[in-house]
Design a protein around this ligand. Structure first.
Ligand code: SAH
Length: 249
């Protein structure tokens, strides 16, 4: 896959401009010059072949050559609700969920949740989405949704979707749900992961009584981000992500 850059404003005409971190990356890290070919994406679908026309101090002007309707998405939406871990692990979580094809991330407010997104956290998470999308070839951005209470997340998920809550000791294994899944997953998959302190019994019960399936992820206790990535990988399998890819990178 060639060098990919994210354009903040929708590409509509024959020109595009890179600004901020993207301009910096192309100008100062990649040392672009006029005539260099790159790929642009604006998060709205597909990607664009483009050529650098002018490198200015903080912006880069490009000529857009052609749109290619290439998507690297899963067959249906995958929504992950998780309590945010602390520090650097937030970035790792977001990066892996983007790579795995998750479409929406919802920071959850739970009884034992610690880090809620405040201040510029959402901006930082969104930047992590862009970086991961550049690297993995996604042309649509995983959306960082506003924080939600666990109850709202549980109750708003459509009953037609696959709905899995990771909870140690739950009576289904990951293998059970992956095997039984394809029909349930066609309408999308919602995944719930608790905070480091775990879901309370009430929170787990709420989901189960709303029709969610509890999943045990094995004998070891996983970090929030490991549990979320594991569930997201299972969702990708449920959605039929098994064909060999034709990536060139
Ligand atoms: N002490 C907590 C562990 C929390 S781990 C407890 O016993 O519940 C953080 C979250 O990751 C959990 O709330 C759960 O959603 C998920 N998780 C971690 N390990 C898991 C496992 N082995 N099985 C199921 N879910 C797990």
């Amino acid at each position: 896959m060639s060098q990919r850059y994210f354009v903040e404003t929708r590409i509509s005409g024959a020109r595009a401009t890179l600004v901020d971190a993207e301009a910096h990356h192309l100008a100062h890290v990649m040392r672009a010059k006029a005539g260099d070919q790159v790929i642009l994406f604006d998060g709205a679908g597909g990607e664009y072949a483009a050529v650098v026309e002018r490198v200015a101090r903080s912006t880069i002007e490009l000529a857009v050559l052609a749109h290619r309707a290439i998507e690297r998405e899963l067959a249906a939406p995958v929504v992950v609700g998780a309590s945010l871990p602390k520090g650097d692990r937030q970035r790792w979580l977001i990066e892996k969920l983007v790579e795995l094809g998750v479409t929406d991330f919802v920071p959850l407010a739970t009884a034992r949740g610690v880090a809620q997104p405040v201040g510029n956290v959402v901006d930082r998470l969104r930047r992590a989405v862009v970086e991961a999308s550049k690297q993995c070839g996604r042309n649509r951005l995983m959306q960082i949704q506003p924080p939600q209470e666990w109850r709202a997340f549980v109750c708003d998920a459509p009953a037609a979707a696959g709905r899995l809550i990771a909870h140690p000791g739950a009576d289904r294994t990951l293998a059970d749900v992956v095997r039984g899944a394809p029909s349930a997953a066609a309408a999308g998959v919602f995944l719930g992961v608790g905070p480091e302190g775990g879901f309370t019994d009430d929170e787990a019960r709420l989901a189960l009584s709303a029709g969610w399936t509890g999943v045990d992820l094995g004998a070891r206790i996983l970090r929030v981000e490991t549990a979320a990535a594991t569930l997201a990988a299972a969702a990708a399998i449920m959605l039929g992500e098994s064909a060999p890819s034709s990536n060139d990178a």
